[in-house]
Design a binder for this molecule. Sequence first.
Ligand SMILES: NC(=O)c1ccc[n+]([C@@H]2O[C@H](COP(=O)([O-])OP(=O)(O)OC[C@H]3O[C@@H](n4cnc5c(N)ncnc54)[C@H](OP(=O)(O)O)[C@@H]3O)[C@@H](O)[C@H]2O)c1
Length: 319
Amino acid sequence: MLAFVQNSKDERPQTQSIANPEPLAGEVLIQISAASINHRDVYISQGLYAKIAYPVVFGSDGAGMNGQREVIINPGLYWGDNPHFSSPMFQILGMPRQGTLAESICIPSEYVYDKPLHLSSEEAAALPLAGVTAYRALFSRGRLQAGERILITGIGGGVALFLMQFALAAGAEVWVTSGSEDKISRAMALGAKGGVNYRDENWAKSPDLNAGFDLIVDSAGGEGFGHLLKLARPGGRIVTFGGTRGMVPNFSPQIVFWKQLDILGSTMGTPEEFGAMLHFVNAHRIHPIIDSIYSLADAAAALTRMESGEQFGKICITI
Ligand SMILES: NC(=O)c1ccc[n+]([C@@H]2O[C@H](COP(=O)([O-])OP(=O)(O)OC[C@H]3O[C@@H](n4cnc5c(N)ncnc54)[C@H](OP(=O)(O)O)[C@@H]3O)[C@@H](O)[C@H]2O)c1
């Protein structure tokens, strides 16, 4: 079968032929119809991810057919018993295990779910990793309530747009940041109240943000994170699920303890949260925002698109 593979650190990933997978006991075979990429795939292709085991068959997100059943895959494997954190066995699909950028995949049957009927294959493939990450960050960790004011940073990102769609569906007032005015306008067209450009030196002092936020969800970290402490309301929550901009040089413990802030880390989600996320998407008829769709032969261009940071939403691959 064809798959998108990286054979060593010194090679670029490429679409090539590999052996067909054979299901082990308890596994099912899925013919993949669509996949999507996440920032994790970019980090792996750049050698910037922990414990990379070559060859890598990329991709955490996939939708396809298990026999006559239309399915999507939960990419969070072996979470373990404690809903508060994942076990040492926890794995994300797509390294070390074969990923979804391939014509077929074998996966333990408990990670296979019915595809939401209102979604196309590409929309379904956009959902799993980013959707469950947004769901846990927003509801389980962030405890979002209807009517609250929430700030989502870097709205062009795949997870960020699910955060916005889910928060709007839950009745929150959504504000965003982005490095692009166009992305802020597009977010407002989808229901955000407003947004500021984090490339402006004084973005955090914008009068639009003065009223503060009950909940802030961030995946950038870096210097911007220090400003988020000031933008949180007393008693507010800040959830972090990524560190795209690295360490936080201006972290003020004084602001955290005086305003009694909760700072919460979040990573993907439990199988129960994955199921609840699908239920939420079905109930609210949410359609993932797709930035672009590439063929498997052109998967390298999909990674380049994500590296450029120009995307607004998920980058999908038709298999
Ligand atoms: N812990 C987890 O379970 C988990 C799950 C998924 C992702 N992540 C992490 O979360 C991050 C985003 O992942 P993704 O797949 O959504 O990636 P993505 O689609 O490539 O999005 C990255 C986004 O980061 C934003 N950004 C860049 N610089 C920023 C800054 N200085 N301030 C605020 N935002 C900034 C950009 O927003 P604009 O385009 O609007 O400027 C960009 O769209 C990555 O670091 C990833 O590793 C973690």
